[in-house]
Design a protein around this ligand. Structure first.
Ligand code: SAH
Ligand code: MG
Length: 218
């Protein structure tokens, strides 16, 4: 564990400072306890946003817009990002941050519950879907996330290792966390076994699962 922390700190120390506005948003979010992506997860997202030259990205869980802005700045200029946030105050703040970044025409913040919004999105629209909201819902959102992905598109999900407890027996997990724990295991199992998906689970940050849609959504 100590080694893990040393490796993590080393990797984190390699990260150059990012865009100044992103750095300010990150520092402010950390102060207020808003759970934005870890630094190294941000670096990984930038790679994903650049690698396949995505034309459209969907994010579930905007918070104050940090990861959306970070992806927008790494993606090709023509890429449009749609991001869903159910908390109205956070959605408003995200819009303000997007405006400050001067990229309002590239990021649309939808204020609403992903439970309702996902069903309204058209099939095979997005090249990248990034799930970073209520972890217990990932398994429920998976069919819609795959439906809206283009063939060859990528699904990434954050916080899949539950602060390192995902492998523990359910009895070792606090009672209140057991449902989320079980659902996250089910989600990872699905990503690995579902037809039409090829996936890997990475120990980046709080754990990121990444899957490519190789066939039609099941
Ligand atoms: N992706 C952001 C962090 C998101 S934090 C970043 O890295 O910058 C997770 C966010 O998901 C929270 O702001 C929370 O309000 C939102 N959320 C949780 N459940 C949701 C749901 N069902 N629909 C939409 N947003 C949700
Ligand atoms: Mg996260």
């Amino acid at each position: 564990m100590t080694e893990d922390i040393r490796i993590r700190d080393f990797l984190r120390s390699l990260e150059p400072d990012g865009d100044p506005l992103c750095e300010r948003i990150a520092a402010d979010a950390a102060e207020r306890g808003i759970p934005i992506v870890k630094r190294e997860t941000g670096a990984f997202l930038k790679v994903l946003a650049a690698v396949g030259k995505p034309g459209a990205i969907l994010e579930i869980g905007t918070a104050v817009g940090y990861s959306a802005i970070l992806m927008a700045l790494a993606a090709p200029e023509g890429c449009r990002i749609t991001t869903i946030e159910k908390d109205a105050a956070r959605a408003a703040e995200a819009r303000e941050n997007v405006r400050r970044a001067g990229i309002e025409e590239r990021i649309a913040v939808i204020c609403g519950d992903a439970d309702e919004i996902l069903g309204t999105l058209a099939d095979e629209t997005y090249d990248l879907v990034f799930m970073d909201a209520a972890k217990g819902q990932y398994i429920k959102w998976l069919p819609d996330a795959l439906r809206v992905l283009r063939p060859g598109g990528i699904l990434a999900a954050d916080n899949v290792l539950q602060g390192g407890t995902v492998f523990e027996s359910r009895f070792a997990v606090e009672r209140r966390d057991r449902t989320i724990h079980a659902r996250m295991r089910e989600f990872l199992w699905e990503l690995k076994h579902r037809d039409g998906l090829r996936s890997a689970v990475l120990t980046v940050g709080d754990g990121v699962a990444v899957a490519v849609k190789t066939g039609p959504a099941q």
